[in-house]
Design a protein around this ligand. Structure first.
Ligand code: PRP
Ligand code: URA
Length: 209
């Protein structure tokens, strides 16, 4: 079964409070999502493999470490996942980015896929699917299905806020996928929104309504 990690670092929790605040405007919301995505990327890359190299310091030769060059792919779920991409790329600039476009049908809450464009070598990459919200779990499950159908094997899912219902749905459908969360909230409301949540992530990020 996939593991669930809640990143309760004080900086992440602090910034998340302002992300939740309904009085936070689009510009600040976007900046905060970007910053939290960077902080989460820092934590999620903790187990990246390293190679030992020799480096000449001004004093002597030292044994030191560099990333072993493992190939990564960042996969935002459109639209709102886009808000997390730049923050991750600041730390992992060589990562490739693939896009999965999904929207939730407002009546059925079922995800509808409208766009997929991925790096050609996803089978060899460690893939991090990103979306600020994991609500019913339908979008995350569909996005991961979409990657697996096209050869993706090594997949993580990272979001800002999750509902317990959504976490269970993803764990059940994709037991091989670990889930990384900044906050695990209380529940979903009757419209499939996370409570207390932050509202509609896409609308708050892009200023639509
Ligand atoms: C939001 C969010 C997730 C999805 C989560 O996107 O960004 O993708 O809902 O809900 P779920 O877990 O119940 O599937 P939305 O469908 O509103 O599309 P948008 O990003 O284009 O606004
Ligand atoms: N999508 C959002 O943007 N917010 C929610 O609370 C649930 C789904």
């Amino acid at each position: 079964m996939g593991k669930v990690y809640v990143f309760d670092h004080p900086l992440i929790q602090h910034k998340l409070t302002y992300i939740r605040d309904k009085n936070t405007g689009t510009k600040e919301f976007r900046e905060l999502v970007d910053e939290v995505a960077s902080l989460m990327a820092f934590e999620i890359t903790r187990d990246l493999p390293l190679d030992e190299v020799d480096v000449e310091t001004p004093v002597t030769t030292a044994k030191s470490k560099v990333l072993s060059g493992k190939k990564l792919g960042i996969i935002p779920i459109l639209r709102a996942g886009l808000g997390m991409v730049d923050g991750i790329l600041k730390l992992i600039p060589a990562a490739k980015v693939g896009h999965v476009g999904l929207y939730r049908d407002p009546e059925t809450l079922q995800p509808v896929e409208y766009y997929v464009k991925l790096p050609s070598d996803i089978a060899e990459r460690e893939l991090i699917v990103v979306d600020p919200m994991l609500a019913t779990g339908g979008s995350a499950v569909e996005a991961i299905d979409s990657l697996k159908k096209r050869g993706g094997k090594n997949i993580k899912f990272m979001c800002l806020i999750a509902a317990p219902e959504g976490v269970e749905v993803v764990k059940e459908a994709h037991p091989d996928v670990d889930i990384y969360i900044a906050a695990l909230d209380e529940k979903l409301n009757d419209h499939g929104y996370i409570v207390p949540g932050l509202g509609d992530a896409g609308d708050r990020l892009f200023g639509t309504k």
